[in-house]
Design a protein around this ligand. Structure first.
Ligand SMILES: NC(=O)c1ccc[n+]([C@@H]2O[C@H](COP(=O)([O-])OP(=O)(O)OC[C@H]3O[C@@H](n4cnc5c(N)ncnc54)[C@H](OP(=O)(O)O)[C@@H]3O)[C@@H](O)[C@H]2O)c1
Length: 263
């Protein structure tokens, strides 16, 4: 890797918000460690960013639901002598449907990826950041973090964990030189809903944001050291309204927006 440029490690950089974050970090003079399962997409992105910005990338095609994947990633960056200045825990997925009927294996994989891998990578890269007294972590949660989500019960709960975990460690790390930012996107046009089998949700009829805008919001908040950013004014207003409403009502409204347009 070229010396002088800081390195950002981005999980889920092959599609959607993570891909746009990779483009932004490259534009902002970072080298990259690109992580996801689809190695071809990552290599294609690495070559695009090398041509556009002279960015050097280490590509790691890894399934982050494997319990050993965080240790493998740390080992690869250590062997390559890459200090990770920015850790972006973006990879995540959801699963649509009634909890009692959803595939158990997929439920557990969601928890593994959205919660366990994010926590594990954070814990593995924090010591080197603390030693250098500098570093930043961007954890991608969701506006799903602010209320229970019938029909995507596990997904919403995983994102509540990401938000609370991120805010708590941001507080613990104050004054250490390491910042933690939690990005909460609302519905965004990416592969996410197709993969979650959730393309018919009413919520999507209310409009989506584009991945680039969401990624720019996350980048700006990270640079500004903000603990939490909700992307988009409408999403921010909805997240605030939830705080003053009865939880039963909030859950019922979430159910209504999650339901399929066909139901
Ligand atoms: N789109 C939305 O409406 C929305 C709203 C709020 C929050 N979010 C959050 O934003 C983040 C990014 O999602 P997105 O919308 O950009 O979705 P996306 O287009 O489906 O991208 C998801 C990324 O995560 C990677 N990924 C998924 N499973 C993986 C695994 N097992 N191992 C390694 N990488 C894996 C995917 O890469 P591979 O398939 O190549 O592995 C891909 O790069 C997620 O945490 C999601 O929960 C999305």
């Amino acid at each position: 890797m070229e010396s002088g440029k800081p390195t950002a490690l981005i999980t889920g950089a092959s599609f959607g918000i993570g891909l746009e974050l990779a483009r932004i970090f490259a534009r902002e003079k970072h080298n990259l460690v690109l992580v996801a399962r689809t190695g071809d997409k990552l290599r294609q992105l690495a070559s695009e960013l090398e041509k556009a910005h002279g960015t050097r990338s280490l590509v790691l095609a890894v399934d982050l639901t494997d319990a050993g994947s965080p240790a493998y990633i740390l080992d690869q960056t250590t062997r390559a002598g890459i200090p990770v200045e920015v850790l972006v825990n973006n990879a995540g997925f959801g699963q649509y449907g009634l909890f009692a009927e959803n595939d158990l294996e997929e439920c557990l994989k969601q928890i593994q990826l959205n919660i366990t891998t994010l926590t594990h990578l954070t814990r593995l890269y924090l010591p080197e950041m603390l030693e250098r007294k500098s570093g930043s972590i961007l954890n991608v949660a969701s506006t799903a973090a602010f209320q229970p989500g019938p029909l995507m019960a596990v997904y919403f709960a995983t994102k509540a964990y990401v938000l609370h975990f991120s805010e708590a460690i941001a507080n613990e790390l104050a004054g250490s030189g390491v910042t933690v930012t939690c990005l909460c996107p609302g519905a965004t046009a990416t592969e996410f809903h197709k993969r979650a089998n959730a393309t018919a949700m009413r919520l999507l009829g209310m409009g989506t944001m584009d991945a680039r805008t969401v990624a720019e919001d996350g980048y700006r908040a990270l640079v500004g050291g903000k603990p939490v950013v909700i992307s988009g004014l409408k999403n921010w207003a909805i997240a605030q309204s939830v705080r003053f409403s009865p939880r039963k009502l909030v859950t019922a409204i979430a159910r209504a927006t999650q339901e399929s347009k066909r139901e």
